[in-house]
Design a protein around this ligand. Sequence first.
Ligand SMILES: *[C@@H]1O[C@H](CO)[C@@H](O)[C@H](O)[C@H]1NC(C)=O
Ligand SMILES: *[C@@H]1O[C@H](CO)[C@@H](O)[C@H](O)[C@H]1NC(C)=O
Ligand SMILES: *[C@@H]1O[C@H](CO)[C@@H](O)[C@H](O)[C@H]1NC(C)=O
Length: 470
Amino acid sequence: MAAKNQQNLHIAVLPWLAFGHIIPYLELSKHIAQKGHRISFISTPRNIDRLPKLPPHLSSSIALVKIPLPRIAELPENAEATMDIHAGQMGLLKKAFDALEPGLTRFLEDSRPDWIIYDFAAHWVPPVAVRLGISRAFFFIINAWFLGFFGATDTLISGSDYRTKPEDFMVPPKWVKFETKVAFRRFEAEWSDGASKSNESGFSDYYRIGKVIAGCEAILIRHCNEFEPEWLTLLEELHHRPVIPLGLMPPKVQDHSTNNDANHTVWTGIKNWLNRQNKGSVVYVALGSEVTPSQDQVVELAHGLELSGVPFFWVLRKVSASESKPVELPNGFEERVSGRGMVWRSWAPQVEILKHASVGGFLSHCGWSSIVEGLMYGNPLITLPFLVDQGLNSRVIVEKQLGVEIPRNEQDGTYTRKWVADSVKLVMVGEEGRKFQERAQEMSLVFGDEELHRRYIDTAIQFLQNHTMP
Ligand SMILES: *[C@@H]1O[C@H](CO)[C@@H](O)[C@H](O)[C@H]1NC(C)=O
Ligand SMILES: *[C@@H]1O[C@H](CO)[C@@H](O)[C@H](O)[C@H]1NC(C)=O
Ligand SMILES: *[C@@H]1O[C@H](CO)[C@@H](O)[C@H](O)[C@H]1NC(C)=O
């Protein structure tokens, strides 16, 4: 074997300031460290302090590097991640992130890693890394159809996209030559339109993504050849550089069943409740940590679940860190559904719940991680997408008949309790429901194949080794 293959690399890792990004970056870091390489995991002090504990055997190979986030006057004090702000402050957080450049440059000058793996917002990283002779990879935590929807590198950077109004995002882009239903709906398209325009930070998301791609030697992406592979090929055509699938990165199940686990009591309570339900009968309802449904949306969802008659376990988070007003359920709701419906208002072990035999479906916002977690245990989806990539993910799930999307008013995105109830019943009961569950079970052979997805990451690490600058 060539000497280079035995060389231990030092890799710097810089995720965007959102835990939905930080956690997959940390997972990738753990895999790389496991192979004997050294990681410098970079974020701001408060984010580093909020990371889950590293496994003891890896803690000496993963250095946690704190670079203070420069103060931006309009941003709340101590706001260092998207969970600390409301949607309107996103541009400011990006502006603060951009101000990390001098701090990061000093770190790179001092420690000279072999590679830096960076996120979509870090458009200023590649020039610094090139100057210092550091190799560069862009890790996109979402799938290839979402990145493919943005278009080619130059178009992203110059902003000369032919799509100028929301309607343009409601059909598949012209560079997609294969059959697909991947496109935004009217009430989602405004977001995509917004992402192509610059805001408080001075740069659009399109520009940022164009720049991080133009400056990288490889795109690492949470995707695999066993599910929608044509999008990977499309990305190579659009960007003219290697696109390395990392597999779907299915999470490891935490074992909360031992007495010394901090969350043992929580899990025991939930498990006992699930054990009392029939096999495959419960719909697990969770809209992720970044989605903040309005009071009306929560009320319709509640009535819909009640109307469906289907057993449910609903993880209902408080509104958001900055809007401290808790959402309210309809009067008497919890008493009326008692026994068959559980509303859970604090942290819950999602992956363990989805693995439980009583759970037979997942009503989800359709974030990519949630889809992976649902399908790895064969749960078909009832989709209720809100933001960013979620709508496109939902189109793929529906196209593959792995679930149904809750209908919505095309203009304003509102939905009714009846639409919720009908969708839940379609996936959870009867002959039709059985077919959804069968297809999802079949898909779990791909999504839940740990060995397959571990091999993808191993190959990606080999790529980094083979392509390190001498
Ligand atoms: C900034 O971009 C976001 C999407 O990333 C968009 O929702 C928002 O409206 C934009 N703000 C301004 C002031 O353009
Ligand atoms: C235990 O519960 C807390 C919330 O109470 C959560 O943040 C943490 O991630 C959980 N720990 C594990 C190992 O799952
Ligand atoms: C890396 O190089 C080794 C040895 O030349 C080769 O066997 C392997 O296929 C390469 N892997 C990747 C992903 O480039």
